[in-house]
Design a protein around this ligand. Structure first.
Ligand code: GLP
Length: 241
């Protein structure tokens, strides 16, 4: 595992954006795994800036997002569809048909999960996966206890995740309590992984995930066994590493 330490959240996102920019330039037809959350917003902004400066071309890039709430329309401002269009898709020359998110509105959610796995496989797998981390160690929406061999599936969100994420909804009751997420195996199979973490509230879980035992109780701990993981942290998140 490689650790890149930054002072601030902005610097952390700039360094993570450097990795993505280099990767896209070296392999313009890359398959990228993308994440939502508050942490990577500036990373996407930095990629947009580089696109606008003529330094990056997304025209042959394919993307797969980690997760989506069940039952939230794509137009809802807390849906991950909305987030991605707002944060990146609508501002660079990505081909809409090559940008994928699980469809949490699908009539048959199990079939949707299977189809998502097939689409990732058909695209040749994920070259570079971006991850954040939840305060309980979740990656994507793989909550503590999720088996390491899981593929894309429907999850029941834990009280911890509901408490953290419901603050972004107009009323907490609006937040769905289930979601679709890439599985632990799906994520682990990405050829390269970059995890970004910012703020003191992530310090304890980062220590547990990267220096504690590898266990499904701390989903991100599986990353210790991956051969190409880069952790990019700001000063507060990196306190114990
Ligand atoms: C969310 C997302 C994750 C994200 C994590 C951390 O629940 N499903 O993919 O990495 O929580 O989010 P944030 O960056 O807002 O702390």
């Amino acid at each position: 595992m490689k650790i890149i330490a930054a002072q601030t959240k902005a610097e952390m996102n700039g360094k993570a954006a450097d990795i993505f920019a280099k990767h896209i330039s070296a392999k313009p037809d890359s398959v990228l795994g993308l994440a939502t959350g508050e942490t990577p917003r500036e990373l996407y902004r930095s990629l947009i800036d580089r696109y606008e400066a003529g330094e990056l071309d997304f025209s042959r890039i394919t993307t797969f997002n980690l997760d989506e709430y069940v039952g939230l329309a794509p137009e809802h401002d807390q849906s991950y569809h909305y987030y991605m269009h707002d944060a990146l898709f609508d501002q660079v020359n990505l081909a809409p048909e090559r940008c994928h998110l699980p469809n949490g509105m699908a009539p048959d959610l199990d079939a949707e999960c299977r189809a998502y796995e097939e689409q990732i496989e058909a695209a040749g797998g994920i070259d570079l996966q971006l991850l954040g981390i939840g305060v309980n160690g979740h990656i994507a929406f793989n909550e503590p206890g999720t088996p390491f061999d899981s593929t894309t599936h429907q999850v029941q969100l834990t009280p911890s995740t509901i408490e953290v994420n419901s603050q972004y909804f107009a009323t907490p009751e609006e937040m769905p309590t289930t979601a679709l997420t890439m599985g632990m195996k799906t994520i682990f199979e990405a050829r390269r992984i970059v995890l970004v973490a910012s703020g003191a509230q992530k310090a304890d879980i980062l220590r547990a995930a990267f220096f504690g035992p590898v266990t499904p109780e701390v989903p991100a701990s599986i990353l210790q066994q991956h051969n190409d993981v880069t952790l990019v942290v700001d000063e507060a998140a990196g306190t114990y590493i």
